[in-house]
Design a binder for this molecule. Sequence first.
Ligand code: GLY
Length: 365
Amino acid sequence: MRKIKRREFIRNGAVAGMALPMAPMILKQSVVKPLVIASANGNRFKNGGNVTAVQKAFTMMTGGSDVLDAVIAGVNIVELDPLDDSVGYGGLPNADGVVQLDSSCMHGPKKRAGAVGALEGVRTPSLVAKAVMENTDHHLIVGKGAQDFARNMGFKIEDDLNTENSRKQWLEWKRRTDPGHYLDPKKRAEAGKRAALEMLAEGLIREENLHGTINCDGINSRGEICGVTTTSGLAWKIPGRLGDSPILGAGLYVDGAVGAAGSTGRGEANLFNLCSFVIVEEMRRGAHPKDAGMEVLTRIKNNTIEKRLLNSRGLPNFGISFYILNAKGEYAGVTMYEGGSFALCNENGPQTLKSEPLLQGKPSD
Ligand code: GLY
């Protein structure tokens, strides 16, 4: 008699009632409603096409594509769209005017991950992160090594990923911070921050784009969870600065049995607290996505004590947001201050929903 493989055994439901070591996986297959969650730009940009990132990811996922392929195809729309100056092509460059991109991805069922940091010349760092995951023994490749790796994998390397807009914004920043070449380092850092805040106040750039990013996570009807985060990082950063996005446990964390969390906003605050990892661990202990998110926002608030990072109320003077789903298909968008939103696509189509804030008012209050 042909031996029945375990997978067939599960699929056919051959022997009801027999104890199976991984039985919960079967339950997931029938009960989870598929959904895709992302930062708000996941339901804003279309790169000249008809669909947003969450729509694309949801359609591919429910059409049978691998969940990671689906969420990456979604964020590729935003990476390639020059109108989003926080991600991929057209992302705001570093202090030297060079666009350096970061990305990470995690595959829940395969328990694999890949990431790149400070990558220059490739419009879609998320695909290079996936290539790291698929083709190497490593989880993170940065700088010139990341670009050499991408070239060797067949990615097109471009000299310059600036657009007319990102170059214009950089020139404006440079004009304000470096009128007679360099000030002393402290004054230069202060001038850089002041110029960025002035440009925010004048509406030249949006608050969320100073640390802008896209995170996108999906769960399909079989309960398979994957996620991706991709960014041009902090606008006008010191060249080589990595934020949270390429760091597993910070800008993204996925445990296929528990859930996924990803972030946008001030990467340094997230790196210090490894929030995506903490969120997933909180959910492992039974917390709802919203409560897990509130826990890390509170932790960030309590760990922010440097005066330069506090507003007049003694609260963090920056924004940070998390996008969270668990293996049951429950989800939450949470954010430090009121007014934030997140993107979602489920059987009701693409939506932009209000994020749950920890604090009232604005970071600058
Ligand atoms: N969260 C994006 C960054 O800080 O680089």
